[in-house]
Design a protein around this ligand. Structure first.
Ligand SMILES: C[S@@+](CC[C@H](N)C(=O)[O-])C[C@H]1O[C@@H](n2cnc3c(N)ncnc32)[C@H](O)[C@@H]1O
Length: 159
């Protein structure tokens, strides 16, 4: 995703502020195009960002309540430039079925921890994204039965 970004601005959620600060910001602080993380709760509008080139979320939508998913795309619709990508990494079910026993066990563990969490069905995410003006343009199988999923905001093509 770096090719899309002039500068990388990491959002952090208040609950995980310390770990993000320690793990990411200090490691990246010497890179000139890495900005200091901002607090961004995707459920809180308006988002505290100006127009951005791309949005990257790893392991967010299954480890957060479902309303985070429509909020993510609603916020992205406003914050992203035309045709900008939303990249999501994580575990998904496909057409209501887990893709591996490990993902089924992961889903059970997530829901036991918090009933609002859980592995999301890709078609459900795609439907919500579509409602906010995003098309699913690419899925890539990743290690450990994860997927990289790329959505793109409808709009003029990238020149
Ligand atoms: C399992 S962690 C993933 C952290 C990191 N991206 C990774 O892959 O290691 C899930 C993250 O979702 C964030 N999160 C949950 N709800 C959120 C919300 N409403 N807005 C922004 N982030 C949220 C949590 O703060 C946490 O950092």
């Amino acid at each position: 995703m770096a090719g899309y970004a002039r500068a990388f601005e990491a959002g952090r959620y208040a609950e995980s502020a310390e770990s993000f600060e320690d793990a990411a910001w200090r490691a990246a602080a010497r890179l000139p195009n890495i900005r200091k993380p901002i607090v961004l709760d995707v459920l809180a509008f308006p988002w505290p960002v100006a127009e951005v080139d791309a949005i990257v979320c790893a392991n967010l939508i299954h480890i957060a309540p479902w309303p985070v998913v429509p909020a993510l795309f609603a916020g992205a619709r406003v914050a992203l430039r035309a045709s900008g990508p939303v990249y999501l990494y994580g575990a998904y079910s496909i057409e209501g079925r887990h893709t591996a026993p490990s993902n089924a066990a992961f889903d059970r563990a997530l829901r036991a921890h918090d009933p609002r969490w859980g592995v999301r069905d890709l078609a459900e995410v795609e439907r919500v994204a579509g409602d906010e003006g995003f098309d699913l343009v690419e899925t890539v199988e990743m290690p450990a039965n994860n997927l990289s999923v790329v959505f793109r905001k409808r709009g003029p093509a990238v020149s």
